[in-house]
Design a protein around this ligand. Structure first.
Ligand code: ZN
Length: 96
C-alpha cells in the first residue's frame, strides 16, 4: 500500500492510498506513535500507562518526505526528524 497524496488539514494528516482509500490521523497521534529509537526507548523506560504530553511546537509539522519507496519521514517544528513511518505502519495508526 502506497500513499498517493498526503495533505495536512488543520491538526490532521489526511492520506490517500493507491487503493483509493483515505485515512487520517491527528498530528498529536502521529507524534505519539513516532517509531524512532528515541521515542520508542522513552516509552520503554516509563510505566506502560505513561502518556507523553506535547507542546504546540512538537505537533507542528515542518515537512514530510518519502523515504525510499516504503516510508515517509516526518520533520517536526521542534526539529525532531528521526521518525520514519513505513507505509504499513502509517496505515495501521491512521483511521478510515
Ligand atoms: Zn521520535
Amino acid at each position: 500500500m502506497t500513499p498517493v497524496e498526503i495533505k495536512v488539514q488543520e491538526k490532521y494528516l489526511q492520506i490517500k492510498w493507491d487503493d483509493n482509500s483515505e485515512t487520517k490521523i491527528s498530528l498529536a497521534d502521529l507524534r505519539r506513535f513516532c517509531p524512532c529509537a528515541i521515542c520508542t526507548s522513552q516509552k520503554d523506560t516509563h510505566h506502560h500507562d505513561y502518556i507523553k504530553v506535547f507542546s504546540d511546537a512538537q505537533i507542528v509539522l515542518k515537512s514530510i518526505n518519502i523515504v525510499g519507496n516504503y516510508a515517509v519521514g516526518v520533520s517536526w517544528a521542534d526539529n525532531h526528524n528521526t521518525g520514519i513511518y513505513d507505509f504499513n505502519y502509517l496505515k495501521k495508526i491512521s483511521d478510515l
